[in-house]
Design a protein around this ligand. Structure first.
Ligand SMILES: Nc1nc2c(ncn2[C@@H]2O[C@H](COP(=O)(O)OP(=O)(O)OP(=O)(O)O)[C@@H](O)[C@H]2O)c(=O)[nH]1
Ligand SMILES: [Zn+2]
Length: 290
């Protein structure tokens, strides 16, 4: 019996990384009876035959996190990638992914890519999000600025990259590990669910205990399941100030003595952050009416 981690699953076969090699496994019938489907990312106990490197999954250890799109468990970290230009930075998209990352219980890291195009602008955004409280790095796959730093932030984590199309997610993965040799434009294609394409996700091992998903996460940008009081806590800058609002259930719209609104007026909270908060809150409230 050996412990391992499922890095790929295709047609009822699960490929389990046990450190020095990868074992092709089937799940024990027991799982099917219990309606449990092994997921990529699962830590498992396997029994296998050394001769042919095949075996069975005997046990699935408790999952820390579960993502549904792509279906993958035990992800620890979300790397949100935005580019400074082509496509130009989209703070609405960024703030939304931050919220989704917090809601999925992931450590959030922000990567501002294509710094080679406009370094000053990249500095500005990096400063802004560091100031809010996020680990933010400036990268370029052309000059390799920040690539080693990004690589070091991936150590001992299972990371998923996310961000708009064309910001350089694939290029960054390749810059970190050229052996991956992913074709640019390839990872987004994996998410398009054509009739004939079987969508599957795979974990790439960078080092022992260090994996990255080959498929970007959260392409739907869905916040439907988040409630209004939670949203408040996912904007860490707003949440910090909300401790000083008069009402503990203040949503910072038009309540009296709202410290958050005060901080926005004093430029202590970025206007774009507040605006994106309000727009997401309205979306959530409107949903409630139906
Ligand atoms: N100037 C510049 N261009 C970059 C950089 N990183 C990537 N690119 C270019 O941006 C384009 C898109 O890069 P991809 O890596 O395919 O972007 P992606 O985020 O994976 O895109 P999707 O697969 O559509 O989600 C390519 O033409 C890259 O060469 C960078 O740091 N600087
Ligand atoms: Zn308030």
């Amino acid at each position: 019996m050996t412990d391992g981690i499922i890095i790929k699953g295709i047609g009822g076969f699960y490929y389990v990384d046990i450190g020095h090699n990868i074992v092709e496994c089937r799940a024990r019938g027991l799982f099917r009876e219990q309606n449990i489907e092994p997921l990529v990312g699962d830590r498992v106990l396997i029994r296998f035959n050394k001769e042919d490197n095949r075996g069975y999954i005997e046990e699935i250890y408790p999952r820390d996190t579960v993502l549904t799109r792509p279906p993958i468990s035990n992800v620890t970290q979300l790397i949100i990638v935005m580019s400074i230009a082509n496509p130009k930075i989209n703070l609405w998209f960024l703030d939304r992914l931050i919220v989704i990352g917090h809601d999925a219980n992931l450590n959030v890291i922000i990567c501002i890519n294509k710094s080679d195009i406009d370094n000053e602008m990249a500095d500005k955004i990096t400063y802004m999000y560091r100031n809010i409280g996020y680990k933010t790095i400036k990268t370029s796959t052309k000059t390799r600025e920040g690539i080693d730093k990004l690589n070091s932030l991936l150590q001992n984590q299972i990371s998923v990259f996310s961000g708009p199309s064309g910001v350089g997610k694939t290029s960054l993965l390749n810059a970190i590990n050229p052996a991956l040799n992913l074709k640019t434009g390839e990872i987004s294609k994996k998410l398009s669910r054509g009739k004939h394409t079987t969508r599957h996700v795979e974990l790439f091992k960078l080092q022992e205990n260090t994996f990255i998903s080959d498929t970007p996460g959260f392409s739907s940008l869905d916040i439907n399941h988040i409630d209004a009081n939670k949203l408040n806590t996912y904007f860490i800058d707003i949440y910090k100030s909300s401790q000083k609002c008069k009402y503990s259930d203040c949503l910072h719209i038009n309540e009296p003595d709202c410290f958050v609104i005060n901080q926005v007026k004093n430029n202590e909270i970025y206007k774009s952050r507040y605006d994106n908060y309000v727009s997401m809150l309205n979306e959530i409230k409107n949903r409630r009416r139906f």
